[in-house]
Design a binder for this molecule. Structure first.
Ligand SMILES: *Cc1c(COP(=O)(O)O)cnc(C)c1O
Length: 359
């Protein structure tokens, strides 16, 4: 790069010029907005989690939080049926994923990711100079695990996939793990609680499996920034080594206490997950009646396309009525699709009414 003396970006480290950062869905500061663009949960966090967090707000904040999040890791371990040394926690699963790319996926060979998937993966590849090989989804926008058998530096995919919501069975995950026995396979389960079977039960069996989860979607705590990884102790140790070379105190007192209370409030969790699932199925039927078709989503969003109206036009028209949905244009194969987060019953009703008038 040839920079003149007047270019203030000459102060940047050379690598910074090459980065293409992730662009999150917008968080507009407009009231009365029906916000269906970032897959946040329409239900409040568990009241018990909120109370536990409030308890932390006092003199205790003078002190650093537990750098090892011992109580939270123990809580997660018992919840999942693993041991605490098989659990890693971080500041949102995005941070857990960042450490994963650095700690486990840098082997000088391209990692395999689906061509249509979570758009943060290519960003981490850029940050850590990891080559990627984008494996095309099948014609019906599902992942075919037999496409993931070429030489690689690791495999990462969301299950259910984002933004399609399509779910892989545990048998398929098992096949993926067996075919890539000498590489780490990362399963990003941000949406698993909305109708999938978690791969965490395969952890004792496979030394190359890392499962990543988050409190952001199914526990209504996107604002708290808590994510986890589950894997055998040697994988967790690699993540710990990177984390403790980066930021030893990622989770605050409130985050650790709130996360424990949220995990322990099983009734509330089950209730809100079931409500989201029921609302998803209802909305799917209503949208089909309006001429939309969609992938088979097992997540807290629908991925829809209309028989006549273009996704771009629908998105723009909805916005004028105060409803925001996500139009992803990363690949031409999906640029006529919209990703619509499952809102509350009244938000979904507003969406359906607006679409009826529009179409
Ligand atoms: C939302 C999401 C994440 C990030 O979750 P945070 O824990 O809020 O950082 C990770 N992966 C996928 C596939 C997601 O959709």
């Amino acid at each position: 790069m040839n920079l003149s003396n007047t270019d203030l970006s000459r102060f940047w480290s050379p690598k910074v010029h090459e980065l293409s950062p992730y662009v999150p869905g917008e968080q507009p500061k407009i009231s009365n907005l029906v916000k269906l663009n970032t897959n946040e949960n329409p239900y409040s966090p568990s009241p018990k989690a909120l109370a536990a967090m409030e308890e932390q707000l006092g003199d205790l904040l003078r002190l650093y939080p537990d750098p090892n999040a011992t109580a939270l890791r123990q809580c997660l371990a018992s919840y999942i049926g693993l041991t605490a040394d098989q659990v890693f926690v971080g500041n949102g699963s995005d941070e857990v994923l960042a450490h994963t790319f650095q700690a486990l996926l840098q082997h000088g060979q391209p990692i395999l990711i689906p061509d249509i998937s979570y758009s943060f993966y290519p960003v981490y590849c850029g940050l850590y100079s990891i080559e990627k090989c984008e494996v095309p989804l099948s014609e019906d926008l599902t992942i075919n695990v037999s496409d993931y058998q070429q030489p690689n530096g690791g495999v990462i995919l969301p299950n259910p996939n984002a933004p399609t919501g399509e779910l892989l069975s545990l048998d398929s995950i098992r096949q993926l793990l067996t075919a890539n026995a000498n590489r780490v396979v990362v399963i990003d389960e941000a949406y698993i609680d909305f109708g999938g079977q978690s791969a965490t039960q395969l952890v004792p069996e496979f030394d190359n499996l890392l499962v990543v989860q988050t409190l952001s979607k199914s526990r209504s705590l996107a604002g708290l920034r808590v994510g986890f990884a589950f894997g055998q102790a040697h994988l967790i140790e690699a993540l710990e080594r990177v984390k403790n070379s980066f930021n030893s105190y990622p989770l605050s007192h409130e985050a650790q206490a709130g996360a424990i209370a949220a995990i322990e409030d099983e009734d509330y969790f089950q209730y809100t997950c079931q409500a989201n699932i029921a609302q998803r199925e209802k909305l799917a039927g209503q949208l089909q009646a309006l001429g939309f078709s969609m992938t088979n989503s097992h997540a807290n969003f629908l991925f829809v396309t209309h028989e006549t109206a273009s996704a771009k036009d629908i998105c723009a028209a909805l916005r004028l009525t105060g409803i925001i949905v996500r139009h992803l244009t990363s690949s031409p194969r999906i640029d006529n699709y919209l990703r619509i987060s499952i809102g509350s019953a009244s938000e979904c009703e507003l969406l359906v009414q607006a679409l009826k008038e529009l179409l």
